[in-house]
Design a protein around this ligand. Structure first.
Ligand code: DAH
Length: 332
């Protein structure tokens, strides 16, 4: 009988070791130590033994039962650890993890357009510059040749900041002040683009935002002509939108350019999109920035990015660009 117990024990331990899933272990447990298990059978059969044998067989049986239940507990602990590890891995949330793919979030539509435009202009040999969103009157207006009481100041509905003298500090109404900062900082030749956020105190609707984005372009060098302006606008139009697109200039007025023009781009279907303003940098602006207008000339243009991004992706209402709703954001 002792041999029989050893055989049952060895077989039980082998089966415990082979179990790979916690649920199978539960089933096996009732097979091995339950009321109908081979060891329980042996225990029942012990009644037929005489007293001397019974004690020895009983000790052996107890040892076998303990060995089997110890092995069962050890195996249960192992399998539970495996289950836990699997769960931890599946539910892992690493806030520092960098993931690729659209589901991990991506740049905002307007930021994508800014980066694409920067790449286009860098490819044409331009550098990228930035300026502050809180500006002073000098950079936003005065240096750009806006006369003190010129109505153009009121055309740009300005948010003033309660700092300095009245109307001295403001949220920039366009990216043109960055032209001034670039010219003040370094001598020509200058070939720069300046993207950024701008602010206007106006009611928002489907086609107007109070906070929007522009990209400014400035070239100052010897012998720059209106032809360079028209050529650059056309080249960037084709590089950014595609070969089927072209551009045109229409006479206009800006205090900081002379002559001035608005520019439109034509889509392959023949329709026009008004994009922005442009012109030859006014000699007063060059002089205000310490550049000799007798020696240097330049052109500049600037345009809004939000309408451009919206048109390109069929967004009907500009206010959706300000949305934090992922159902909108994840489309781009
Ligand atoms: N700053 C002008 C605006 O916001 C756009 C503009 C016009 C920019 C002519 C220029 C320019 O650089 O030359 O309406």
């Amino acid at each position: 009988m002792i041999e029989e117990i050893s055989r049952i024990e060895a077989e039980a331990l082998r089966r415990v070791d082979e179990v790979a899933a916690i649920d199978d272990l539960r089933l096996l447990e009732s097979d091995l130590v339950g009321k109908r298990s081979p060891l329980a059978e042996v225990k029942r059969a012990m009644g037929r033994l005489d007293e001397g044998q019974r004690a020895a067989v009983g000790r052996r049986l107890n040892a076998a039962q303990r060995a089997v239940s110890d092995r069962l507990s050890a195996r249960r602990a192992e399998l539970e650890a495996v289950v836990l590890l699997g769960r931890l891995e599946a539910e892992r949330l690493d806030l520092t993890e960098v993931r690729s793919g659209r589901d991990a979030g991506h740049l905002h539509l307007v930021t994508q357009v800014i980066e694409e435009l920067e790449d286009t202009f860098v490819g044409l040999g331009f550098t990228v510059a930035e300026g502050p969103e809180v500006e002073d009157d000098w950079h936003n207006f005065t240096a750009l040749n806006f006369a003190e009481h010129h109505p153009a100041r009121d055309m740009q509905d300005t948010f003033f900041v309660d700092l300095g003298r009245p109307r001295e500090v403001l949220l920039r109404t366009h990216t043109s002040p960055v032209q001034v900062r670039v010219m003040e900082k370094r001598p020509p030749p200058i070939y720069s683009v300046m993207p950024g956020r701008v602010y206007r105190n106006e009611a928002t609707d489907a086609t107007h935002l109070a906070v929007f984005h522009q990209l400014e372009c400035l070239v100052v060098d010897r012998g720059i002509t209106f032809g360079h302006l028209a050529g650059t606008i056309d080249m960037f139009t084709k590089a950014f939108f595609g070969e089927g697109f072209s551009s045109r200039l229409r006479p206009s007025y800006f205090p900081f350019t002379e002559p001035s023009a608005e520019f439109d781009i034509q889509r392959p279907d023949g329709s026009w999109l008004e994009l922005g303003g442009s012109g030859m940098v006014h000699p007063n602006v060059l002089a205000n920035c310490g550049i000799d207008p007798e020696e240097w000339s330049g052109f500049a243009f600037g345009f809004g990015l939000d309408r451009l991004a919206a048109t390109r992706h069929g967004v009907g209402d500009l206010r959706e660009l300000m949305s934090t709703d992922v159902r909108i954001l994840s489309q781009f």
